[in-house]
Design a protein around this ligand. Structure first.
Ligand SMILES: [Zn+2]
Length: 549
């Protein structure tokens, strides 16, 4: 007698991602899990499937993609702002703001997001000032945030609204640039930009608006073949994340993605039973405890050991003192949480490593056994963009996962050598990291970049700007990774960061049936072609959550 199952997928190119080129002809799914992965003849002999789905010969099937680090709520917020991404000139950005001003009552706030002056051809990489924004409108308070989120620019009216005037000094953890006479020029970095997060009303406080935006955005996530998101709150920018929002959507059948919610304030992580963990319909869970060390290279606020090569007056900004970072990391760990630390510059990395070393020493001192320590989830280092040899050697002794953003390189490669000089050779070292034995996960840091995995995979494999395919052969080409390794970063490596590697990430018996069918074989075609890859179908727990047709 044949066993009845829900779905049987058949095809020539079903990649399990267990190992490179590992393929099966058939995947059987029942109750949200994979119950068979093997030969077609065996599957047809054993199973009676309610539905048989053919993966065409030119298509491939893979485990669903993921994004190991993004700010989903913040992304939904940006959907209500003037999106300045894609502007080719400062003039274009100002026009978009001016257009918005025309349809906005005088005196109301206008928020712009995602500006990136390094891509503007008319400003020599100069960040705009209040005077520029005043041209868009001097009758509306305007603030715009850089794509990296670490720099904000306010117009004159917005400065007035915040009571920021002549001689303003922010203090520790942030800066406000001043003009010669001591008047702020509108450029605020790191913590200094916080005042606007408090001042400007968040449109998502209206539950109906929030739900509508989240549902739309989640559908779009599914359409990119993404089935797992690790989303992060960031109190410094008033980015909240709320477990209940996602659970409520799931209860209504509106959540097509597995969500891991990471917070940057202390919380109690619920202990899940074995049964709950094994349930493929459980889509929302709590994740890491996020800690910041520094800013970003794009804003020259990433903390460096030596000054910036293109601005010797600064080493960037450490947003937390080492002692506080140590205590914060240890307290979270002691509380049973998994610390995840943002570090971009080499001094930021140094601080993060010291905090982990401190925490593990404290754990041992306090009587935790080696077995207990080994049983804990790894420390996550988010970005891990710059390192030195000593740091690599120390990292190898620590239980860490590196949550990298390959897509950053697609644009950073144009200016990173100028910004950090020789040290560029010790940045974005993905090949080296893999060879040293680190597990790398792929993330977008959305809304910094989009959650579509394609440009990230492209960046990891080719290390070129997708806009022009330059530099030829790739930037630091010996650091390229293979297509398989890049796809690993966006599929099976992500659950390792969560301790979920036994439940998802590959197409193996017992795992959740989270899968994607793509229109072309990215493993056999030229790597550039990954940008053209189209998602045909996305499945979560065996259910179709997206179809191109
Ligand atoms: Zn982030």
């Amino acid at each position: 007698m044949k066993t009845s199952i829900d779905k049987l997928f058949l095809g020539k190119n079903i990649y399990t991602m267990v190992a490179e080129d590992d393929k099966v002809e058939a995947i059987g799914v029942k109750d949200g899990k994979i119950v068979f992965a093997g030969a077609k003849a065996e599957a047809e002999e054993k199973f009676e499937a309610a539905e048989v789905i053919e993966v065409a010969d030119d298509q491939i099937m893979l485990p669903g993609f993921g994004d190991s680090h993004l700010h989903f709520y913040a992304y939904c917020q940006t959907l209500t702002t003037v999106d300045l991404a894609g502007c080719k000139t400062k003039a274009e950005a100002l026009k978009r703001l001016a257009d918005k001003a025309k349809e906005t009552p005088e005196g109301m706030w206008i928020k712009g997001s995602n500006f990136d002056q390094s891509k503007w051809t008319d400003c020599e990489d100069q960040i705009p000032t209040r005077h520029d924004l005043d041209q868009a409108s001097d009758k509306h308070p305007i603030v715009i945030k850089r794509c990296c989120l670490h720099t904000l620019v306010a117009n004159t009216m917005a400065l007035e609204k915040a009571g920021i005037g002549k001689g303003y000094v922010f203090g520790v953890g942030g800066t406000a640039e001043l003009e010669e006479d001591g008047t702020p020029n509108g450029i605020m970095r790191e913590q200094a930009s916080k005042v606007y997060d408090e001042l400007i009303p968040d449109p998502l406080t209206d539950p109906a608006v929030k739900k509508d935006l989240m549902v739309k955005a989640l559908k779009d996530v599914s359409s990119k073949g993404v089935t797992m998101l690790h989303t992060y709150a960031a109190e410094i920018w008033k980015y909240t994340e709320d477990f209940d929002d996602y659970q409520a959507l799931d209860d209504e059948g509106l959540l097509p993605v597995r969500m891991t919610i990471c917070l940057d304030e202390m919380f109690d992580k619920p202990e899940l039973t074995a049964e709950q963990l094994a349930d493929p319909e459980r889509k929302v869970q709590m994740g890491t405890f996020k800690i910041f060390t520094d800013g970003s290279l794009g804003s020259r606020s990433a903390a460096l050991m030596e000054p910036y090569s293109d601005d010797p007056s600064t080493c960037g900004i450490m947003v937390i003192a080492q002692d506080d970072l140590n205590e914060k990391t240890w307290k979270a760990y002691e509380h049973g949480l998994q610390p995840a630390t943002h570090c971009i510059g080499d001094a930021g990395m140094e601080a993060a490593i010291q905090a982990i070393e401190y925490t593990l020493a404290k754990a041992r001192e306090s009587g935790m056994s080696e077995e207990e320590i080994a049983g804990r989830l790894p420390f996550r280092l988010i970005h891990a963009q710059m390192v030195n040899e000593d740091q690599i050697a120390r990292l190898k002794k620590l239980p860490v996962i590196l949550d990298i953003q390959p897509v950053f390189l697609n644009t950073d490669l144009h200016w990173v050598e100028e910004r950090i000089g020789e040290r560029a050779k010790m940045s974005y070292l993905w090949r080296r990291y893999i060879d040293e034995g680190f597990i790398l996960t792929g993330g977008s840091d959305c809304p910094v970049e989009g959650y579509d995995p394609r440009p990230g995979i492209y960046g990891a494999v080719l290390r070129q700007d997708p806009a022009d395919g330059k530099p030829e052969g790739g930037w630091l080409p010996d650091q390229k990774v293979s297509m398989y390794e890049a796809v690993c970063m966006y599929t099976k490596n992500i659950p390792y960061a969560n301790g979920e590697q036994d439940r998802m990430g590959t197409l193996e018996v017992g795992k959740f049936a989270d899968m994607v069918i793509l229109d072309r074989n990215i493993f056999t075609r030229p790597a550039e072609d990954v940008l053209n890859m189209q998602v045909e179908k996305t499945y979560l727990a065996g259910k179709e959550v997206y179809s191109a047709k």
